[in-house]
Design a protein around this ligand. Structure first.
Ligand code: ZN
Length: 117
């Protein structure tokens, strides 16, 4: 029986020689988190979609690490920025107690900033 893999982009089962793996890694504290996305090497839509899917999964890993290790919101935003995210969508907490401070930090983080080149 031939080895097949399911493409993470189109969802089709493909023979081994038609599949490549896109890898994205990011250091979170002292741990390197890695995501691997399988995609069809011969389908342009899958080739184009693999880096986007990897970034989406890496974002989920960063968010999970933030929730599990109770890292600060700013550390999460810095990690997302360092991982190359252009857009982060965050809901503001109710402006009561700690939520007021967290909302203030998120609003300031959303403000204009200098681009480093
Ligand atoms: Zn595919």
């Amino acid at each position: 029986m031939a080895l097949t893999w399911t493409c993470h982009i189109c969802g089709d089962a493909r023979p081994d020689h038609r599949i490549l793996v896109h890898t994205e890694s990011k250091m979170i504290g002292r741990v390197e988190e890695t995501v691997n996305v399988r995609y069809c090497r011969d389908r342009p839509g899958c080739v184009a979609g693999a880096p986007l899917k990897a970034k989406e999964w890496l974002g989920e890993v960063l968010l999970d690490a933030y929730l599990r290790h109770k890292r600060s919101e700013l550390a999460l935003l810095r990690d997302l920025d360092a991982a190359g995210f252009d857009v982060v969508i965050a809901a503001l907490p109710p402006a009561v107690g700690l939520g007021e401070a967290v909302g203030d930090r998120l609003r300031r983080a959303a403000g204009p900033r200098r681009k480093s080149s």
